[in-house]
Design a protein around this ligand. Structure first.
Ligand code: GRF
Length: 197
């Protein structure tokens, strides 16, 4: 079974959904959650991040990374490889991924972005800034993009997009909620798909 490291800097709601796994309906009724992967590590750059509590509650080891080592060293590539990490999932991780790590996990690292790339991506386009800009530009729809990570920010090959409507009276907060529903629905199955390739 593929071993996954989730990189997160924040509350970790997507990390939690991925840990729980995608659900399917059992032939005898009810929900079954048997993820075809194991979340073996949570990687985080903020000691106060909520995702660390989620890791603790789910008995998942954590790696708190340091800026100097991440950007000037080997970007923890050796540690991740030695731990047996097969796939990296970026779920709200706000540091740019160094090229060494991207190369080491080429085709095995994915990210989720809270908008329809290639629009509203790139440096500074995260969290509420994305939703504010989408609304200011009077877009009729927004959504999520799950994509492979390459050397260019928010640029790698797109795996999946899902959309939601932007209503006339939409606020960044209400749009964030709609987008989060899409993220929680689509991210775990996308990770499962990647894990079974
Ligand atoms: C998500 O909106 C994701 O698209 C973005 O960061 C957010 C992470 O949220 N990259 P959470 O920490 O998983 O709740």
């Amino acid at each position: 079974m593929k071993q996954i490291a989730i990189f997160s800097s924040g509350t970790g709601s997507n990390a939690k959904k991925i840990i729980d796994g995608p659900f399917s309906i059992s032939p005898v009724g009810g929900e079954v959650r048997v993820p075809p992967y194991k979340v073996s590590l949570i990687v985080c750059n903020k000691p106060e991040a909520g995702v660390l509590k989620i890791a603790e509650e789910n008995n998942i080891p954590t790696l708190l990374i340091e800026k100097e080592k991440f950007f000037r060293g080997n970007a923890y590539t050796d540690e991740l490889k030695t731990t047996g990490i097969d796939l990296i999932v970026l779920a709200g991780f706000l540091w740019k991924i160094p090229v060494a790590l991207i190369k080491a996990y080429h085709g095995k690292m994915i990210n989720i972005h809270p908008a329809l790339l290639p629009k509203y991506g790139g440096k500074g386009m995260y969290g509420t800034f994305v939703h504010e800009t989408v609304i200011a530009n009077k877009e009729k729809e927004s959504g999520i993009t799950i994509h492979y990570v390459d050397e260019v920010y928010d640029h790698g090959q797109i795996i999946l997009q899902a959309t939601c409507l932007v209503s006339e009276d939409e606020t960044p907060e209400s749009l964030a909620k709609k987008v989060q529903v899409l993220e929680h629905r689509h991210f775990p199955p996308a990770v499962a798909l990647l894990a079974t390739l």
